[in-house]
Design a protein around this ligand. Structure first.
Ligand SMILES: [Zn+2]
Length: 69
């Protein structure tokens, strides 16, 4: 039963994690803050080619609080 509980620290209060996206058009990978709502996510476009055909591939946690660190 040694599941370590999540540790809170000041850095964790910086905000939500970032989301990593891959553009399906130009294969550009980019990171944006997690959206505040579905409408905000729908409005997102690739910063390189402005395509809306983007796909979230990962959630990037704050560098201040790396997993296990
Ligand atoms: Zn693109």
């Amino acid at each position: 039963m040694g599941k370590p509980g999540p540790k809170k620290c000041a850095a964790c209060k910086l905000g939500p994690p970032d989301w990593r996206y891959t553009c399906q058009e130009c294969k550009n990978e980019f990171i944006m803050p997690a959206p505040m709502g579905p409408s905000e996510e729908e409005a997102r476009v690739c910063p390189k080619c402005k395509s809306k055909n983007i796909k979230r591939t990962d959630i990037v946690k704050s560098e201040a609080c790396p997993p296990g660190g």
